[in-house]
Design a protein around this ligand. Structure first.
Ligand code: FES
Length: 114
């Protein structure tokens, strides 16, 4: 039996959690109580799950055209931007850790909703 390699996703300022190949960033956030918005339910029809990838991007599935189109509408976008529901772990990141940051305006949006 082969053991699956250890992978962690670090959400800046929010914590670091176990992940597995095939998980999306949103999957890991939701499993661990990280408040990553996902207005469309994870079907690539909004951009509220936007994250910036700080390290380990090589471990993620390539962005599709549909994802790029949604990101065009997001705020605070950069070359390291991904949709949390579309970016899936397809290999083990260097160091075993994928590091992401939820853009500040997104975090504020979640906080203001309380
Ligand atoms: S949750 Fe809507 S695009 Fe990711």
């Amino acid at each position: 039996m082969s053991e699956s390699p250890a992978i962690r996703i670090r959400f800046s300022g929010l914590g670091e959690f176990d992940a597995a190949l095939g998980d999306s960033i949103l999957d890991v956030a939701l499993r661990n109580g990280v408040a990553l918005d996902h207005a469309c339910g994870g079907v690539c029809a909004c951009s509220t799950c936007h994250v910036r990838v700080l390290a380990g991007a090589e471990a993620l599935s390539a962005a599709t055209e549909a994802e790029e189109d949604q990101l065009d509408r997001a705020r605070d976008v950069g070359l390291d931007s991904r949709l949390g529901c579309q970016a899936k772990l397809v290999r083990v990141p260097r160091d075993g850790v994928l590091a992401v940051r939820i853009p500040v305006w997104n975090v504020n949006l979640v906080r203001e909703a309380h």
